[in-house]
Design a protein around this ligand. Structure first.
Ligand code: OSB
Ligand code: MG
Length: 370
């Protein structure tokens, strides 16, 4: 098959609340949505999970727009393909730019599933019909505010709570949370804010029975994480260190962590996600699906991903309403008591509202086959 037409939408949406991590605060998000059409009129959707600034990862929204506009979209329009796995090979001469590559791969997988009349989860080999969901909470200046946020999410039934930490907002914060909630499934995410000089500090988290500490050290690092893991009882989970199958293979070999947070954008697409999934399953490394504050389109893909068997831990696919006043898919994602049903309709299984998409689109560009 061939894509007949691809439209890039630059979308801007304001989140209900600011979200603060060790690298900064975000509330207004702009990102690229890809709408791809095949010769039968099927539409495939993808969301490029960048932020406006390159703070989490080196890619950012306007940079990925250019990568897509100048390189990836023109290339894929010329290419005939039978299976989305072929796109990773097609894009491999271009170094990195995984978030941009992944959005075309996402649209290709959606169309591939729709052409067969099966759900994206089925197309990917997912086995779970329902998935467990956790929630990621940002850093708050005020401890009472964080405790209120946690209470709300615990009451809603989320299956685990993740709290962002940074130097100065770490051990004391966890201690206080545990005083109120001695037994909830709890984890922390440092987004690369520490170094090996902080071993003694990070060891102070060990008594609090955290499920894991996510990405304590530099993005991309595997060596120092392996050293740190030797000193910690708390399992290390890698996020910003895993950009490829080889990164995952090396992390497992070195013992850089015991858990992997899979973000499909970060590794360059669903085809590579599946390979890493199978590798981790074989190596007994549990996984969960991370989030990038997506709209419903990216979230729908993450739900399908989480249906794969080795996604054994609750992921960050919270309800649409946790982020947005209004989402661009119908129905919106609605988590009941920490559980989501994996859609069985063809493709991503949610309808994209063209009307709502248009409302949040700042500009768009359409490419045709000829
Ligand atoms: O590190 O997992 C992260 C959001 C933006 C960038 C990085 C991260 C996050 C989150 C939020 O933790 C997850 C979500 O709810 O989408
Ligand atoms: Mg993270």
């Amino acid at each position: 098959m061939k894509f007949q037409e691809i439209t890039m939408h630059k979308v801007s949406m304001r989140m209900k609340n600011p979200f603060t991590t060790s690298f900064g605060t975000e509330q207004d998000r702009s990102f690229v949505i890809i709408e791809a059409i095949d010769e039968l009129g099927n539409i495939g959707w993808g969301e490029c999970v960048t932020s406006d600034s390159p703070l989490y990862i080196e890619e950012f929204t306007d940079g990925s727009w250019v990568m897509l506009e100048q390189f990836l979209v023109p290339l894929v329009l010329k290419h005939e393909w039978e299976h989305p796995d072929e796109l990773a090979d097609l894009f491999s001469p271009f170094k990195r730019n995984n978030l941009a590559k992944a959005v075309i791969d996402a649209a290709a997988w959606d169309i591939y599933a729709k052409r067969q009349g099966i759900s994206l989860a089925d197309a990917l080999g997912g086995t779970k019909k329902e998935i467990e969901v956790g929630v990621s909470l940002g850093i708050e200046d005020d401890m009472e505010k964080l405790l209120t946020n946690i209470k709300e999410k615990v009451d809603e039934g989320y299956k685990r709570i993740k709290v962002k930490i940074k130097p100065g907002k770490d051990v004391e914060v966890v201690k206080e949370i545990r005083e109120h909630y001695p037994a909830i499934p709890l984890m922390v995410d440092a987004n690369s804010a520490y170094t090996l000089d902080d071993i003694d500090l990070l060891k102070q988290l060990d008594p609090y029975n955290l499920m894991m500490i996510e990405q304590p050290l530099t993005a991309g690092d595997l060596i120092d994480h392996a050293e740190l893991q030797k000193h910690l009882e708390t399992p290390i989970c890698l996020d910003e260190s895993i950009h490829s199958y080889d990164d995952a293979r090396k992390a497992i070999q070195l013992g850089s962590g015991k858990i992997i947070n899979m973000k499909v954008g970060r590794v360059g697409g669903l085809s590579i996600m599946k390979k890493i999934h199978d590798l981790c399953e074989e190596a007994d490394i549990p996984m969960w699906c991370g989030g990038m504050l997506e709209s419903g389109i990216g979230r729908a893909h993450n739900i399908a991903v989480t249906s794969l068997a080795n996604f054994t831990l609750p992921g960050d696919t919270a309800s649409s309403s946790r982020y947005w006043h209004e989402d661009i898919i119908e129905p919106e994602v609605l988590v009941h008591n920490g559980i989501l049903q994996v859609p069985s309709e063809p493709g991503i299984g949610y309808n994209v509202s063209h009307e709502k998409l248009a409302k949040y689109t700042i500009y768009k560009k359409t490419f045709n086959l000829n």
